[in-house]
Write a protein that binds this ligand. Structure first.
Ligand SMILES: Cc1cc2nc3c(=O)[nH]c(=O)nc-3n(C[C@H](O)[C@H](O)[C@H](O)COP(=O)(O)O)c2cc1C
Length: 328
């Protein structure tokens, strides 16, 4: 029997299949099914700053001051379960009591005070760790990328100091220098880095001549960026590397672990192939390990990372040039 044990944020997991933050974690029944299907851990859907601001605006008698933000937040969180921050926190506490698998909470905020206050409250729910999602769309043309990164790092350091449980940072793939940003979060004490958040892009309807919201699920081809940066970062950081985006099959999971991931997060796989996808990915991973006579994940983790491949150019410019010259 293959030994699939690994860790996320330093917390031991029985296997590397982590269900990433998404709406599936809104229902206790679904979380129970995810646990029964054998997932190693689950990240609960994020608490977003807009939810917090919405509740504040509702409580404020002078609602007029917040009209614009309120309207936006109402649109974003109309009547979904656990929509307010209080319900969200209470519901995580309840979920914690009902299931045994490691649970991680997720926060996506904007203002520093909200980051700190809600990271503390989420930590008090009994979750095993926090995933901090720093996605926000910079719209100020006078704000440099280094200033944005500095603010994120400062906020992270304060959150890290405010909570006792481990924290991971969920990064997006669009930083100018990924290695520098990942190294900086690692030095600031991130226990894991999730590579990457998938940013949902806008679309518009040419019939309605209006913008429309889209949510495109990943397929295995979307894993390329994650694979590259996992392979480049493996062995350079203390933080666990968690591969997210485009892991839909056992083979996808094997590739990420070969590149250096400690665990993989799956979301689209579950939306496309149902919760049974967890068992299928685990079966694919174990059958590959048996075929290759690997007894444990650690026997092949990072085997195809930049640190360990013979060609130092692989994953860098050489791959790009080889691909272009070799294409006929
Ligand atoms: C319906 C849906 C809801 C999501 N909600 C969140 C969320 O609340 N917080 C978050 O950090 N990511 C969220 N994500 C992003 C996923 O956690 C994940 O990063 C992304 O889907 C890429 O992984 P995948 O390729 O396995 O789908 C969501 C994704 C989907 C499809």
């Amino acid at each position: 029997m293959a030994d699939l044990r690994t860790q996320y944020m330093g917390i031991e997991l029985k296997n590397p299949i982590v269900v990433g933050a998404c709406s599936l974690s809104k229902q206790l029944d679904t979380i129970r099914q995810i646990e029964a299907a054998g997932a190693g851990a689950l990240v609960i859907k994020s608490l977003f700053e807009e939810q917090i601001q919405l509740e504040r605006a509702k409580l404020d008698e002078k609602l007029g001051e917040y009209d614009e933000l309120y309207a936006e937040a109402v649109q974003l969180f109309p009547k979904s379960p656990h929509a307010g921050p209080k319900q969200h926190l209470h519901w995580i506490e309840e979920t914690r009591k009902q299931v045994k698998l490691p649970l991680f909470a997720s926060l996506n905020a904007v203002n520093e005070q909200i980051w700190i206050e809600y990271a503390r409250q989420l930590a008090e729910t009994g979750v095993n760790g926090l995933e901090l999602n720093f996605y926000s769309l910079p719209l100020d043309p006078n704000l440099s990328s280094s200033e944005i990164e500095k603010r994120e790092l400062d906020t992270f350091a304060k959150v890290r100091a405010a909570v006792k449980i481990p924290s991971a940072v969920k990064l997006h793939p669009y930083y100018t220098n990924m290695l520098a940003v990942a190294t900086a979060f690692d030095r600031a004490g991130a226990n894991a880095l999730v590579l990457f958040n998938r940013l949902f892009q806008p679309d518009l309807s040419i019939e309605q001549e209006a913008e429309r919201a889209t949510l495109t699920l990943s397929d295995s081809r979307d894993a390329a960026l994650t694979l590259r940066w996992t392979a480049l970062l493996h062995g350079k950081l203390k933080a666990d590397l968690v591969a997210s985006t485009g892991v839909l099959t056992g083979k996808d999971a094997v590739k990420m672990i070969l590149a250096g991931a400690s665990s993989v997060q799956v979301v689209s796989a579950l939306y496309k192939n149902k919760i049974t996808a967890i068992g299928e990915i685990l079966a694919g991973l174990t059958s590959w390990m048996e075929g290759k006579h690997y007894a444990a994940l650690k026997d092949f983790r990072g085997k195809v990372s930049k640190q360990r491949v013979k060609d130092p150019w692989a994953f860098e410019r050489g791959q790009y040039i080889k691909a272009l010259l070799g294409f006929d």
